[in-house]
Ligand binder design. Structure first.
Ligand code: UT7
Length: 336
């Protein structure tokens, strides 16, 4: 029997630099109309030169710890979901540790856009072993540095950002007056992956499958490569099926869900998943137009904004779902 696990506070951060569709259309053969119609994205945020993944995560993590009313010294475990970390090694998590003065176990997990949901699931497991743990689950992406800015099929989609959540098994609600302070119980989570579909979205630049030596020229292999049309179909199927499986497992119906905060990859994917699940549009939180696809960050960014806007309120049951490179996919039910 798992201990109940609670999210105590959220934090998110996006870089200041806004790259809108018009500016993109001046860089590559695309248009504002095409991007808006096919993806729903209007603009995305881009990290400043020299701003690393751990820098972004530190901003989000500070906000999450403030919201949770906890100090860096109290954190016992730190997880970072990322595919665009600071270095090949060490883990971005230890960079974050160093910058924030956190001690204890720290590691990265590579589950692409599903990284935050995988992180929540791992944190539940850690809290089952160590019930007094206080776990900082974070996600951060600087996908702009993995983007081939000459490839119009991918460069219009992604954005940079970071998110964080503090988890513990303590059921006492923190009181701070901060809108990102919560006492959200994790009701259940499902995670899945299918390596047969790994060639639909990948970046083999810095890995052992594509070794390079001094003097090699940087080529398209060093950047994100994607089969968008195939991914689209799998995204809709996987996010809707795992959401249905989670509802069946927990015994809830769609009427018991007050809001869905989906992974924000493409407005058409979000709409298609909502249609399959029978969720009315007003029960789906959308901010893909402002940030594009921020990978593992997107559901935290969604819940953070929804809390600040009063769209998520105490007592609500929220479904989050995501899919990404791997392919990986997952869903979680949270009772705020
Ligand atoms: O977290 C996972 C990350 N990945 C995804 O979520 C991607 C999922 N897939 C998608 O979101 C969509 O497939 C895309 C937005 C990537 C593409 O939309 P689509 O409706 O599937 O377009 P398409 O790939 O079938 O391309 C249609 C046309 C093509 O031209 P032709 O062959 O019909 O002449 C493309 O060359 O649109 C062209 N095209 C573009 N045109 C203007 C592709 N990208 C662009 C662009 N601007 N940026």
């Amino acid at each position: 029997m798992l201990h109940p696990v609670y999210i105590k506070g959220f934090g998110y951060y996006v870089p200041e630099r806004v790259l809108d569709n018009l500016e993109l259309a001046s860089m590559v053969n695309t248009s504002n109309e095409w991007i808006l119609e096919r993806t729903g994205i209007k603009e995305r945020r881009i990290a400043a030169p020299g701003q690393t993944c751990s820098d972004l995560i530190c901003q989000a993590a500070r906000r999450a710890m403030d919201a949770a009313g906890c100090k860096a010294e109290e954190i016992t475990h730190l997880l970072v979901g990322t595919v665009s970390g600071d270095d090949a090694f060490p883990a971005t998590a230890v960079r974050v540790q160093q910058k924030l003065g956190i001690k204890g176990m720290a590691f990265d997990l590579s589950a692409a856009c599903t990284g935050f949901i995988y992180g929540l699931q791992l944190a539940r497991g850690l809290l089952a072993i160590e019930p007094h743990a206080k776990i900082l689950v974070t996600a951060g992406e600087v996908l702009s540095m993995l983007t081939n800015w000459e490839d119009r099929a991918t460069c219009v989609l992604f954005g940079d950002g970071a998110g964080a959540a503090v988890l513990s098994a303590d059921e006492t609600a923190p009181r701070t007056g901060n809108p990102l302070t919560v006492n959200a119980r994790i009701e259940d989570i499902l995670c899945n992956a299918d390596g047969e579909l790994s060639d639909l979205l990948f970046c083999n630049g810095a890995g052992s499958s594509f070794p390079y030596k001094l003097g090699d020229v940087v080529g398209p292999e060093n950047f994100i490569q994607m089969n968008g049309r195939e991914l689209f179909k799998h995204a809709v199927r996987s996010m809707s099926s795992i959401s249905t499986q989670l509802l069946e497992k927990t015994g809830y119906g769609m009427d018991d869900i007050d809001l869905v905060v989906p992974h924000q990859a493409n407005l058409r994917i979000i709409t298609a998943v909502a249609e399959r699940l029978g969720v009315p549009q007003e029960k789906v939180f959308i901010n893909v137009h402002k940030y594009g696809n921020t990978s593992a960050v997107s559901t935290i960014l969604g819940m953070g904004e929804a809390l600040e806007q009063g769209v998520i309120r105490p007592g609500m049951r929220i479904l989050i779902n995501a899919f990404g490179a791997g392919l990986t996919w997952g869903a979680a039910l949270l009772k705020f």
